[in-house]
Design a protein around this ligand. Structure first.
Ligand code: GLA
Length: 508
């Protein structure tokens, strides 16, 4: 969650604007709701690299330098995001609206080190070229992924394969390459531009592309339907609310694109909706899947960590209509459930039909709790930042149906505990805690053996190698060092019945 300069300011940015926006993010309360990342988009750099080839901030736009900007943001409890491209020219340079050719091509490791030295926490890396196959894109984006990793600084990696290029964003799961990847061409502040995936995209058009990609999303890797247009005009209040509700349901990064210094109260009501933020940032990290769509009435459901399900009743048509589904269709069969309306907090109960009268382009969202749910977390903002698209996704410590035994770590050593945090027919998700003993750990390896044919389908915050039923996971660069008595976590999803084998941890 955060804010990005592009939608409102385009190329017209400088350090006082970004600092002022950071102040407004704090003073408006948005930071404390989870909007942490302040992303400086295109046009921040000096058109010339220095004599050693280092990228620099534009001295007239950012006279205090980029490190000072990072320090300013960090002192405000915010995180620093920056924009760059893998080719020679940024999009603005390609279109001749900014001078120079300062892309990272040939400078990947050098730029990554420079960003880390400035305290950058988030890199938006934008293709900006008509050239290259999708495989070239994978290789090229992976080069910067590895360069960022090599810096040892956790940096959220946000890519856009679509700019000035055929739309490869929706053609594969980019979760092996990046933390978030744009699914479409650029967004604009309109409901529907009639585009399928071309410039510019309205809210309805982006939803059409992104809903079918639900299976790609998971903790640490998310579809990105672009920065939000809420508060920028061009849509009515129902459409602005629908935009936010649908982004929340799609587990999308919530990057505001409006001028935070001058938000009206309708905009604040939308961006500050704690119920929708909690649904968006839920620690399972799942994107809503489609339950039904008759062209007008579209129903989406998103499983949540405490057993609740969020359901969206979306009216794509031009007049008010009733949108309906059932408790069994959304995965909550077998009893009475409580529906909490995410906009009004009104509650009702049902044991069958879930429906609402929804205005044109509106989206009603219910949090459905009942049989099988744990006590509902209050829509707590503190739950939000931890599950933001991050290289260190964290999962709910409370959801713990089963955990493997763990032995006390010896001095200098480490222990590991595997905990199942979610399971479904044929698969499950686990969190593994790596705990340092009474002295610090520098590098760790965790091993276990599956009892009955399980296999890992996706793993984050660690590197795995598997041989038959034996699994070995070693640390990433950024989470290899654990202070004495502290711990780190990694996570995975796996196929098969949930299992919690005993894991061993060794540290060299
Ligand atoms: C592309 C991206 C936008 C923005 C501009 C900057 O169009 O998709 O989000 O970063 O480049 O030039």
């Amino acid at each position: 969650m955060g804010w990005n300069s592009w939608n409102t300011f385009g190329c017209n940015i400088n350090e006082s604007l970004i600092r002022g926006m950071a102040d407004a993010i704090v003073n408006s309360g948005l930071r404390d709701l989870g909007y942490q990342y302040v992303v400086v988009d295109d046009c921040w750099f000096n058109p010339n690299r220095d004599s050693s080839g280092n990228i620099q901030g534009d001295p007239s736009r950012f006279p205090s330098g980029m490190k000072a900007l990072g320090d300013y943001l960090h002192n405000k409890g915010l995180k620093f995001g920056i924009y760059q491209v893998p080719v020679d020219k940024t999009c603005a340079q390609y279109f001749n609206s900014y001078p120079g050719a300062t892309g990272s091509q040939g400078h990947e490791a050098q730029d990554a080190r420079q960003f880390a030295a400035w305290g950058v926490d988030y890199l938006k890396y934008d293709w900006c070229s008509p050239n290259g196959t999708i495989n070239d894109q994978v290789t090229t984006f992976a080069k910067m992924r590895d360069a960022l990793k090599a810096t040892g600084r956790p940096i959220v990696y946000s890519i856009n394969p679509n700019s000035i290029h055929s739309k490869t964003g929706p053609q594969r799961n980019w979760g092996d390459v990046a933390n978030m990847w744009r699914t479409t061409e650029d967004i604009t502040n309109k409901w529907d531009t009639g585009q399928t995936n071309g410039y510019p995209m309205g809210i309805q058009n982006i939803v059409n592309v992104t809903v079918p990609l639900a299976s790609y999303a998971g903790p640490g890797h998310f579809n990105d339907p672009d920065m939000m247009e809420i508060g920028r005009g061009g849509m009515n209040d129902t459409e602005m609310r629908s935009h936010f509700a649908l982004w929340a349901m799609m587990a999308s990064p919530l990057i505001a694109g409006n001028d935070i210094r001058s938000m009206d109260s309708a905009t604040q009501t939308i961006l500050k909706n704690k119920n929708l933020i909690a649904i968006n940032q839920d620690s399972l990290g799942l994107q809503a899947t489609q339950v039904s769509n008759d062209g007008t009435r579209r129903v989406l459901a998103k499983k949540l960590a405490n057993g609740d399900v969020a359901v969206a009743l979306f009216n794509q048509g031009g007049s008010t209509t009733t949108v309906s589904t059932t408790t069994s269709a959304i995965g909550k069969p077998g009893g009475t459930v409580t529906l909490t309306d995410a906009w009004t907090n009104a509650t009702s109960t049902t044991s069958g039909t879930i429906s609402a009268s929804v205005p044109a382009h509106g989206t009603v969202v219910y949090r459905v709790s009942g049989p099988g749910s744990s006590p509902s977390p209050s829509a707590s903002p503190s739950a939000s930042p931890s599950a933001s698209p991050s290289v260190s996704p964290s999962v709910s410590p409370s959801a713990s149906p089963s955990a493997s035994p763990s032995t006390s770590p010896v001095p200098g050593g480490c222990s590991a505990t595997i905990k199942t945090i979610n399971s479904w027919g044929g698969g499950f998700q686990s969190e593994v805690t790596v705990q340092a003993g009474s002295s610090a750990v520098n590098g760790w390896t965790v091993k276990w053996t599956w009892p009955s044919g399980q296999s890992i389908s996706s793993l984050w915050n660690g590197r795995q190698s598997t041989s038959g039923s034996s699994v070995t996971v070693t640390n990433e660069t950024y989470n290899g060092s654990i202070a004495a008595g502290a711990s780190t976590t990694f996570g995975f999803t796996a196929n098969g019945n949930a299992a919690t084998p005993t894991a061993t941890c060794t540290s060299p």
